[in-house]
Design a protein around this ligand. Structure first.
Ligand code: ADP
Ligand code: MG
Length: 678
């Protein structure tokens, strides 16, 4: 069967069933999909070095002429070693090929090759091991490197890639209309796909990548914008802007910061606008998003509408319930709590009161958006710590009730460029300042040798009346050498924290137990909480002023920032001590960044650069389709341009129905799967 770009990859010459399976493992089922298996890097043979300048015990590129091939030697059962003497014109080296007679045979005496392999040896005798090589007169001196799988060698992928490119060239097509390519300086698709795999020069590889990354981000943003446009629907919950919030402000125990007031005003304007709100409230940890949410609920209640606030954990739901109760009940607004562990009898009472409208504000977990929970007039839905909810859940929430207003709160600041992508379907408000009187949390990264000192410091702060968190990465002991919170807590209670009241908190405890521990910690009865990352989101105990994080290397930057945000929430000077013995470069860099700044937006940008956008996009956290080509730098550099392009496109052709837009439309729908975009 003649193969074309969209037939099964098995039909490519030389692939067949077995290799086809390997490709499927990489998510590649057709030659077309193979084309989008973008090189993870290139081997640029033009950057070769002389033998004497090779870095020892590392991979190097050398330009070598074979002077003499020695006969293969069989050393152990089945293992064959082949040696050849070679020179770069100045010095000599031994080429050693293990167990690959085929590769050795292809190497000819007196021929010159570029070789890439590990170089070892000393000053006099050097060796290069099992090198990848190409002839020095090969026209393709830049070779792509791919993510591979066992049984699929890079040479095979390169060969198949060339076949796929030939198929593309024999029936070329284009996905971006010419006017867009011209305006944004993007090469044609066929050229780009050829050059991203087999670039004529380093520059053409870059130019090709830019085109492919641009297109990828464009489809992404188009999908997001289409979601946004679809949701800008009119709402029956139109509120009255003349209602006064004076009583709410008067009853608050503090004055709102400027950032908080601006946020409240923007939200109120949305609630009165006639179309349904779809707003993301971004604020660094401790910036006071809860008070803003309470103000919004208060305003909705004054207008006779109900509000629901949804948190990702029970601990947080309970905490919100208490805060909202304290802020709102004195104003005659009734607040209730509904979670997975609310007893059935109480649950049905609450449901009844939601239906009758006796409850104005409900705090809870996912339980509050279950199908069987009905409301009299649910006008506002707030989700806290939104980074835990994906696009699909955002969509599900939007369907609840009669298109209520939606406010999404996130304490994981996202760099603007990334926010454009991740939350392209939302309007964004950012609170950039913290309430007055906070001093930034002092952060230190130390090794295990300083553990005793760290605990000495912690005890001194407990003696002054403060409280503390000690965070471990695991719950139970395991094979690994990581600290487990259960044994750690026992140990600490008997040694370092003897005489202090301590308690254990982790995600596998029963909800009632967790609640009880949190309650006692909030009241100050527990001095030190030995816990896992269950405290990562939202927990608010202003008297807590010290945090020690064990195995700090286990946590990503944003997560460390979140954890650290549990201290420094009150008027007390606070300290965070990160303990790690890990010398990994990446880890050291993370420790440096986290100790040098408390600016969540800066940390988020660094995190993005360290981890790459694939991690941000593909992860369940955001529930977004993964990015294949675009790198962190692409996202940062291209997003604004791409956003403009997407907006122009939708302005001129809102449903993307024009023939020249068909290809983009189809891909965009595929990316987001049809029902979300609709
Ligand atoms: P986050 O934005 O991380 O959710 P919270 O809403 O939990 O932050 O607020 C953090 C702490 O700051 C809480 O103890 C809250 O009572 C307090 N707070 C909020 N706003 C102010 C303010 N304007 N002035 C003083 N304290 C405030
Ligand atoms: Mg919060």
């Amino acid at each position: 069967m003649a193969s074309d770009l969209f037939s099964d990859i098995e039909y490519l010459k030389g692939v067949g069933k077995a290799k086809g399976e390997k490709y499927r493992k990489l998510g590649i089922t057709t030659p077309y999909e193979l084309l989008y298996h973008i090189p993870r890097d290139y081997l640029d043979f033009r950057t070769h070095v002389p033998i004497m300048q090779a870095e020892l015990e590392a991979f190097n590129i050398l330009k070598l002429t074979i002077t003499k091939k020695l006969p293969p030697k069989r050393i152990r059962s089945g293992l064959v070693v082949c040696n050849a003497a070679a020179t770069d014109g100045i010095d000599n080296i031994l080429v050693v090929v293990y167990n690959n007679v085929y590769s050795f045979h292809a190497m000819k005496e007196f021929q010159t090759y570029y070789m890439y392999g590990k170089v070892t040896g000393g000053f006099t005798q050097r060796e290069i091991f099992s090198p990848t090589y190409i002839s020095a007169d090969s026209p393709e001196l830049i070779q792509p490197l791919y993510k591979l799988t066992q049984g699929l060698a890079v040479n095979a992928v390169r060969t198949n890639m060339k076949q796929a490119i030939a198929l593309l060239q024999s029936s070329p097509f284009e996905t971006l209309p010419e006017y867009i390519r011209k305006k944004y300086d993007l090469p044609e698709l066929v050229w780009a796909l050829k050059n991203i795999h087999f670039p004529e020069s380093g520059k053409s590889a870059e130019y090709a990548r830019r085109r492919i990354a641009f297109e990828e981000l464009l489809k992404f943003q188009l999908g997001m914008l289409m979601l946004k446009l679809r949701r800008k629907s009119s709402t029956p919950f139109v509120m009255d802007s003349s209602l006064s919030m004076a009583d709410f402000y008067a009853a608050l125990p503090f004055e709102l910061t400027e950032g908080q007031s601006n946020a409240v005003n923007e939200i109120i304007a949305d609630l009165c606008s006639g179309s349904s709100m779809n707003r993301l409230l971004q604020g660094d940890v401790g910036s006071g998003k809860t008070a803003v949410a309470a103000a919004a609920c208060c305003f909705a209640a004054k207008n006779g509408f109900q509000s629901a606030i949804m948190a990702p954990t029970e601990i947080l739901a309970v905490q919100h319930f208490k805060t909202f109760k304290a802020f709102l009940e004195p104003l005659g607004i009734s607040v209730a709590l509904l979670t997975g562990s609310t007893p059935p009898k109480q649950k049905s009472e609450i449901r009844q009161m939601l239906l009758s409208g006796e409850i104005n504000v409900i705090a809870g977990t996912h339980a509050i958006i279950q199908k069987d929970v009905e409301y009299k007039a649910l006008g506002l839905v707030i989700t806290d710590e939104q980074h835990r909810f994906g696009v699909a859940q955002r969509a599900a929430l939007a369907e609840k009730g009669d298109s209520p207003h939606r406010l999404i709160m996130s304490a994981t600041p996202i760099p603007r460029t990334l926010a454009l992508n991740i939350f392209g379907d939302l309007d964004v408000t950012s609170i950039r300042q913290l309430p007055k009187g906070r001093s930034p949390v002092k952060t230190y990264a130390v090794t295990g040798k300083k553990r005793e000192g760290a605990f000495g410091f912690l005890r001194a702060r407990l003696d002054e009346g403060r409280q503390a968190y000690v965070v471990c990465p695991m719950i139970e002991d395991s094979e690994s050498e990581l600290f487990a919170v259960r044994s750690y807590a026992e140990n600490a209670a008997a040694t370092t924290l003897k005489g202090y009241s301590t308690a254990l908190l982790h995600g596998k405890m029963k909800p009632a137990e967790k609640e009880d521990v949190m309650e006692r910690f909030s009241r100050g009865e527990i001095q030190a909480l030995i816990c896992t990352t269950v405290v990562e989101v939202g927990v608010d105990v202003p008297n807590a002023a010290v945090m020690i994080i064990e195995n700090a290397e286990r946590f990503g930057l944003s997560q460390l920032h979140q954890l650290r945000g549990r201290v420094g929430r009150g008027k007390f000077e606070s300290t965070c001590i990160l303990i790690t013995d890990n010398k990994n470069e990446d880890c050291i860099r993370r420790m440096k960044i986290i100790s040098s700044t408390t600016d969540g937006f800066k940390i988020a940008q660094e995190d993005l650069e360290l981890r790459g956008p694939g991690d941000f996009f593909g992860s369940a956290q955001h529930g977004l389709p993964p990015l294949k080509t675009a790198s962190a730098a692409d996202v940062t550099e291209l997003s604004e341009e791409v956003r403009r392009c997407a907006e122009e496109l939708l302005r001129s052709d809102p449903a993307l129905d024009r023939p020249e837009h068909r290809a983009i439309k189809i891909d965009t729908l595929k990316l987001f799967n049809k029902d979300v975009v609709g």
